[in-house]
Design a protein around this ligand. Structure first.
Ligand SMILES: Cc1cc2nc3c(=O)[nH]c(=O)nc-3n(C[C@H](O)[C@H](O)[C@H](O)COP(=O)(O)OP(=O)(O)OC[C@H]3O[C@@H](n4cnc5c(N)ncnc54)[C@H](O)[C@@H]3O)c2cc1C
Length: 473
């Protein structure tokens, strides 16, 4: 910026990690920034919740270390010594009555070593052999595929799709791979285009990482540390942070400066919340569409999930029977599975054994106490737990945790429960994605723009901030 040029005024709508990261970038560059957050709490889908005397992450709990983007931000905020690593225990897939360790070297369940013992265990020998021929198939196989599922089915076979890729996609993206495009998975499309085979692409992406869930890290005390750090940092830099202030729409305005335009951010009863040269919308997709006046935005598809966390006193869980956790294949739900196992189906789609995954959490919880986090709600259907009271949900979650962990948990060992419902956006590259043309002077940030996961969205927020600054000159 020129030393004597006026500071651009930039309004950031949304005080989640995207909005706060964008605000920080803008403030560092010398802009005059206001963050407008609709709720009383900053952080959006990063949120802490009280459970049995501790605070757990009830939203995002970790970040991918890929690219170093989040680690760099954490470093800049002075939080590097708070970074914690998960225990290298691996995770599992529950498929009907079977529990299978997830092959370690894979990307989104695409096996990097199709004939490894773990992959053969997961797919059976016929399924593993089918997957193993993939590098020999001509590039044309799967070239017509319209979704990730079609591509995986064509190249690796149905077993790899149903037993590995689908449960992992449902766990990571809360979306069926039939609805996802290859572009959803960061780096996969480029690696596949380069190598021409999914197995080689998966190998490239894994890049030597060992854990099945990818290389991730967390923060001691929870991911809310990142939000607290960002808030303190932006305030120190003079950013105004408004909470409990919902933006209802944005309106282009004429200013005295020739052709400069600018924007008003309007709240309830058209009250002016901010007048700015540029606006960064760091809100979910449906909100962004509504703010720019797109009609029909309210009806746009978002899937809900419910996270249910239990504190359980049972030392039998000390041995971490499912490692850091398990994903439940769709096949485990429904009449087939019920007939096969003689038991009621598992309704949860995933379980994280928090105290096994994060040794720090185990120390905090104390001997014999365990925290598990279950998630409910598959693409296209409401979570089975929504609308039920806590006692009913406690029963369902205890049953599911028992089945998944292979340990019959008694009711009196469940000492506490906390639950939270979330709306999940549509990842970019989804088959039903709709184009969004941002008006001049408005830039977008968030997982629906840059891809799921903090690594992608922190980078996306920086890009959005840079675009807003460039447009300000
Ligand atoms: C249960 C769960 C687990 C997850 N686990 C992980 C994980 O382990 N690792 C990972 O990398 N990612 C994870 N994610 C995804 C990650 O949490 C999100 O991608 C990320 O937090 C999104 O940040 P954001 O700032 O883009 O959006 P949000 O966090 O949704 O923030 C948007 C903000 O905008 C505000 N807002 C909405 N409407 C308005 C309005 N009209 N006016 C003003 N403000 C408004 C909201 O209140 C909110 O604070 C998880 C998500 C969930 C739900």
């Amino acid at each position: 910026m020129e030393p004597d040029s006026p500071r651009p005024r930039i309004a950031v709508v949304g005080g989640g990690v995207s909005g706060l990261t964008a605000a920080r970038e803008l403030a560092v560059a010398g802009a005059d920034v206001v963050v407008i957050e609709g709720s009383e709490r900053l952080g959006g889908r990063i949120r802490g919740a009280a459970l049995a005397g501790t605070t757990i992450d009830i939203g995002a709990e970790s970040f991918a270390t890929r690219g170093g983007t989040v680690a760099e931000l954490i470093d800049e905020l002075g939080l590097s010594d708070q970074v914690v690593r998960p225990a290298p225990l691996g995770s599992w897939v529950i498929d009907g009555a079977r529990s299978i360790p997830l092959p370690a070297a894979g990307t989104l369940g695409i096996p990097a070593q199709p004939l490894s013992r773990a992959t053969v265990r997961a797919l059976g020998m016929p399924g593993a052999l089918r997957a193993a021929v993939e590098p020999l198939l001509p590039r044309s196989v799967g070239s017509e595929a319209g979704s990730l599922a079609e591509l995986v089915r064509a190249r690796l076979g149905s077993r790899a799709l149903h037993r590995l890729v689908r449960p992992v996609a449902l766990g990571v993206y809360s979306a069926d791979p039939e609805r996802l495009g290859v572009a959803t998975v960061p780096g996969l499309a480029a690696a596949y285009a380069k190598r021409g085979t999914l197995i080689a692409a998966a190998r490239d992406l894994r890049d030597g990482q060992a854990a099945a869930g990818g290389a991730v890290a967390g923060l001691r005390g929870g991911m809310t540390q990142l939000i607290d750090g960002l808030e303190a940092d932006v305030r120190r830099r003079g950013v105004a942070v408004l909470r409990g202030t919902k933006a209802r729409r944005i309106e282009a305005r004429e200013t005295a400066a020739a052709g400069a335009g600018g924007w008003l951010v309007l709240g309830d009863d058209d009250a002016v919340l901010a007048a700015a040269d540029r606006v960064v919308l760091a809100v979910p997709e449906n909100v962004a569409r509504r703010l720019v006046g797109e009609t029909g935005a309210a009806g746009q598809a978002t899937d809900r999930i419910e996270v249910v966390a239990l504190a359980i006193d049972d030392p039998r869980l000390d041995r971490a029977p499912r490692g850091t956790g398990a994903l439940v294949a769709r096949d485990a739900v429904g009449a087939g599975a019920r007939r096969a196992s003689g038991a009621a189906p598992i309704l949860a789609k995933a379980l994280t054994h928090v105290t096994a995954k994060w040794p720090e959490r185990a120390r905090e919880a104390g001997p014999g106490r365990h925290i598990v986090r279950l998630s409910y709600g598959r693409a296209g259907s409401a979570p089975e737990t929504v609308g039920l009271d806590d006692a009913e949900v406690r029963g369902i979650a205890r049953y599911d945790a028992s089945r998944i962990l292979g340990v019959d948990l008694r009711a009196d060992t469940v000492v506490d429960l906390v639950r939270c419902t979330w709306r999940m956006g549509r990842p970019p590259g989804s088959r039903d994605a709709r184009p969004f043309t941002a008006p001049a002077g408005v830039t977008l940030a968030g997982d629906w723009v840059s891809g799921t996961g903090l690594a992608a969205i922190v980078q996306g927020a920086r890009t959005a901030a840079a675009a807003a600054l460039a447009a300000s000159h």
